[in-house]
Design a protein around this ligand. Sequence first.
Ligand code: SPV
Ligand code: MG
Length: 313
Amino acid sequence: MSLSMSDTPDQRSETRMSTGTRSARLRALFEAPELFFFMEAHDGLSARIADTAGFPALWASGLSISTALGVRDSSEASWSQILDVVARVVDASHVPVMVDGDTGHGDFNSARRFTRQAERIGASAVCLEDKVFPKMNSFVGDGHELAPVGEFCGKLRACLDARDDDDFRVVARTEALIAGGSVAEALERAHAYADAGAHAVFIHSRRKTAEQIAEFAAAWRERLPLVIAPTTYADTPTAEFRAMGIKGVIWANQNMRAAFAAMSRVSRDILAAEGVVRVEDDLAPLSEVFDLLGYDELAEDERKYADVELGLR
Ligand code: SPV
Ligand code: MG
């Protein structure tokens, strides 16, 4: 499929979702009965591509943004560095953006500063996880220490109170299963986060199957919208997630990994061949790049704005 600005995000946004702010649209997605997808974005280009492809919402992934910055997903990037990228993601897209807030980058005060800034740059949700700072990516190692429940509930409250816009969502993510805890422990934490006022719960698992997710969802009984990121259990059909009552499915890192694979291959091949002929067919034509970024539109605007005859004497 070729991506094109003639099928602009503006036009598609109108058909995919009605009017209102992005945060109101995300809230509506969470409150509607249907399952929906968040596509990962880690810079302006990946955001524009995912939006143009038709996804209704974006996930500004900590892992993918860190990787694109050339650092590890272990709180190495500062929160302002992450939000600088999120600003590019928001700017390049028209759909709601949920920001991976990690632990909130410290205590309740760092978390609420992060949340307030995320809202001000135009994000529509922040997702906070119940680990201690500095965190490590959920797929790496076994050192996933959980924050005390009361402390994390306070952090959620601080972030909820820091919002200006009621529609901005605060999503609570429990890493209980990642830390080796039981489904019962994950449920206990999730219920506490719901009591604290979270708008949705992200239950994360790194098992190869969705069994724990199914068990969690059955006991949860749709108390709040449930969000998952099926990275390790990606072969579970989406129909099964629908049957479990899952609301939001995050494709958390696929754009970054696609770029990683393609760039690795192209760099190796060009070096080996001492030329680009062999890889040329695998590359996006520049015309497609210019199309996506709306170069035609700029030419039109130049005619409209560059030299205006105001009729002044
Ligand atoms: C991310 O995309 O940064 C996430 C999801 O937090 S995961 O990498 O699965 O922890
Ligand atoms: Mg993350």
